[in-house]
Ligand binder design. Structure first.
Ligand code: DGJ
Length: 733
């Protein structure tokens, strides 16, 4: 009884304190959503609403009057950026050890600044300060109005006289209200990237993270989906897609609090990364990018794609090159003659570029397999006696562009680079070296190593100005993380993982200042690496080494939730037992390439390949720049189906694949409802990518309205004889 009355007194106090002064209410808006922050009686800033856009601005300040949350034992749940060590007891976004060793921080609202960059983009900056230590935190929220995307990051300023240590320094701290939350995240491994798992969140903390260093996404990407109240659906329900723009270790906490609301804290992984911040310097966190949809995941993906093409991916609205890669055709076993012959094959097939893969370099320790040579970026004189310059010219003579593979962040212990600069290599001085694919990581926290890596790329372009493409690979995780450079300078190893990624971005920035437009593929022996910070510098990424077409449908399906087709490289290879048509049809669902021996193709297959590239060239702009609609989910059905629609809703392309061969599945049992068309327009549907001797079973004279196609649907007649079907849908005037 006594205990109850103390609690009651306490509640009354908090309650009356809350109303003692007029709260400050701040908003950030996009086309469909409003994000509202409000101060409490002590001027702590809290997230009081993130949801459907509210019409009456004057009512925003009243949202909190309808809440009855009294977080007496834990601090506040909905802090805009939760500090630790003071009054807050929940998972923090910020944890600082101050210069005097004190580990407490509190953050008090100071001011807001809003800058309209253009009609679409508004940057809001919110300043918070610790009243005791004067630590400054700025929260940046960049709202992309049309796209419904928010990019959020934080700056932490050390205003003390000596270094402070950042123990945790998240990019963003969201607070979401719903009855229940379903999290979809993605487990990875080589060849098995982006395997989704959807799970209902229960009270407490669920963490997704990675500590792999360089190739961090191989375990788990910093990309997730939250569905509110029910499991995610394509066209219904509230869905938040979130992703951290950071190519290194990350950690995202999902904490369901005692009101069953959700705290999401996303940022660099603090694991082994206590970061000393010098006096009067600022730490800028990576961006956390998110979009909230009220029409399911399809709408959310389209918003993110549009944002990515327009604002993030290098040349996101530009051209891409189809290519022939020699990796699976030759592996390391090639010479000048073989390669120049392949140029002719590429030309015959009809691609834009030939991509010379691994194995072209190193002399003292020739790169004839993956045990040697990495780091020695000189042409191997035996294989390529006339050098790359000759190959560039020969390719041009054949009428094809020439690109090259690099893995500049890595080194084999059997290399001249390792012999000359053992201190440039990431390893523990007192422990045995531990290899991943027989190689080690170079220490990009060291500016000399940054210069070296930039120099490798710069020298290649200076010597061979005709070089038209780079595939930037990264095949090792960071074992034995330790920097000799930081040690020599007496700096904390806690900086290593962060400085490595900053060093990488600084090299990429220098490359882009000098070579702004050269297309570069972000590769990592599979989907080890793709995020929206790296994609500022890359035109495309390699989702997985797994090109088995059935597997690939699922892998591409999962990536399609976050990354647009223009950036998703799909290659036709000899993986899988499916015919060339199936493999090509699957690869056409993104940026098309080939990694096959063209001379091994039958006459019919060669003609088919040529026709498919011709078709692709006619349709690629719809695939790359159109709106993507996922129609039939292969996880729940025997087929997969998705389509792209152009801006004017006058041209579309639909991809359909059989993904299961169950007994008596002889045809798509019913029509598939199309999406994204104009109900009032009339469309002609034609099947493409067919062998000359295999006519379509579909009636190509049928003209149907958008209304019919989106309500009744269309049956592409996918069956065990027609395992992949591509349709063009063109407006008839
Ligand atoms: C891994 C890549 O994913 C492959 O395509 C190929 O480039 C090899 N590395 C080369 O070592």
């Amino acid at each position: 009884m006594i205990r109850n009355s103390i609690l009651w007194v306490c509640l009354v106090f908090i309650s009356s304190a809350t109303w003692a002064q007029q709260p400050t209410t701040l908003t950030v808006e996009t086309q469909s959503n409003t994000l509202v922050f409000q101060t409490d009686a002590q001027n702590h800033l809290r997230t009081i609403y993130f949801g459907k856009r509210l019409k009456n601005k004057e009512e925003l300040a009243l949202i909190e009057t309808q809440n009855n949350q009294r977080d007496v034992n834990t601090g506040i749940y909905n802090s805009i950026y939760t500090p630790s060590g003071s009054w807050n007891m929940l998972e923090p976004a910020l944890n600082i050890v101050h210069a005097d060793g004190n580990a407490s921080t509190d953050l008090i609202y100071q001011s807001i600044n809003t800058l309209k960059e253009n009609e679409d983009v508004t940057l809001t900056t919110i300043l918070l300060k610790d009243p005791v230590y004067q630590t400054e935190v700025k929260i940046f929220l960049k709202a992309y109005f049309q796209e419904d995307v928010i990019e959020q990051w934080t700056e932490i300023k050390n205003t003390e006289k000596a270094p402070i240590t950042l123990q945790k320094y998240a990019s963003a701290n969201l607070y979401l209200n719903a009855q229940k939350f379903y999290l979809t995240h993605y487990l990875g491994a080589w060849g098995r990237e982006m395997r989704p798992e959807e799970t209902a969140l229960t009270g407490g903390i669920k963490v997704i993270d990675s500590k792999l260093g360089t190739r961090t996404n191989l375990y788990e990407p910093p990309t997730f989906m939250l569905s509110f109240n029910k499991p995610s659906e394509e066209d219904q329900g509230d869905i938040l897609l979130g992703t951290l723009g950071w190519s290194g270790n990350f950690k995202i906490d999902f904490e369901v609090d005692s009101y069953h609301n959700l705290r999401v804290i996303a940022g660099i992984n603090p694991h082994a990364s206590a970061y000393p911040l010098a006096s009067n310097t600022v730490f800028k966190t990576p961006s956390f990018i998110y979009t909230l949809s009220h029409q399911g995941k399809g709408f959310a993906s389209r918003n993110l794609h549009r944002w990515a093409r327009k604002y993030r991916i290098l040349d996101g609205t530009g051209e891409r090159l189809t290519l022939l890669n020699n990796w699976e055709a030759t592996y390391f076993d090639f010479d000048q003659q073989k390669i120049t012959n392949l140029f002719k094959d590429g030309k015959k097939l009809g691609v834009d570029l030939f991509l010379l893969d691994d194995g072209w370099f190193a002399n003292k320790y020739p790169r004839n397999d993956d045990t040697a040579g990495l780091g020695d970026w000189e042409e191997n004189r035996k294989k390529l006696p006339d050098g790359l310059g000759y190959l560039v010219k020969e390719a041009q003579k054949t009428g094809i562009k020439f690109g090259i593979w690099l893995e500049p962040e890595m080194v084999n212990p059997r290399s001249e680079l390792y012999e000359k600069h053992p201190d440039w290599v990431v390893k523990q001085p007192q422990r045995p070296e531990h290899y991943f694919r027989n190689q080690l990581v170079l220490d990009l926290s060291n500016p000399q190593v940054q210069d070296y890596v930039f120099g490798v790329v710069d020298k290649l372009f200076t010597k061979n100005p005709g070089l038209a493409f780079i595939k930037w690979d990264c095949n090792a995780v960071t074992f034995n993380a330790h920097s000799a450079y930081l040690q020599a300078r007496g700096e904390s190893q806690g900086k290593f993982y962060v400085e490595y990624i900053k060093g990488l971005y600084s090299v990429l920035e220098r490359i882009r200042v000098k070579y702004p437009k050269i297309p570069m593929m972000l590769c990592s022996g599979g989907g080890g690496r793709v995020d929206y910070e790296a994609l500022k510098y890359f035109t495309e990424f390699w989702p997985s080494d797994n090109t088995e077409p059935l597997e690939r449908i699922f892998i591409q399906w999962n990536y399609s939730h976050y990354f647009p087709a223009v950036a998703t490289c799909n290659h036709v290879t000899d993986w899988g037992k499916q015919p060339l048509k199936f493999r090509t049809d699957v690869a056409m669902m993104g940026k098309l390439g080939f990694d096959i021996v063209v001379e091994h193709l039958s006459k019919d297959d060669l003609v088919f390949g040529q026709l498919a590239i011709e078709n692709y060239n006619k349709l690629k702009n719809i695939i790359w720049q159109g709106e993507q609609y996922r129609l039939v989910d292969p996880y729940k059905n025997d087929i997969a189906s998705l389509m792209y629609v152009d801006e004017n809703q006058s041209k579309a392309i639909m991809f359909n694949y059989l993904v299961s061969n169950r007994f008596e599945l002889t045809a798509t049992p019913r029509a598939i409802q199309l999406k994204g068309l104009n109900p009032n327009k009339r469309y002609k549907i034609e099947e493409i990518n067919l062998y000359a001797n295999t006519p379509s079973t579909l009636n190509s004279s049928l003209i149907l309205s958008g209304d019919f196609l989106m309500t009744v649907g269309y049956n592409p007649e996918v069956n065990d004889k027609r395992t992949s079907v591509i349709l063009t849908i063109n407006e008839v005037k």
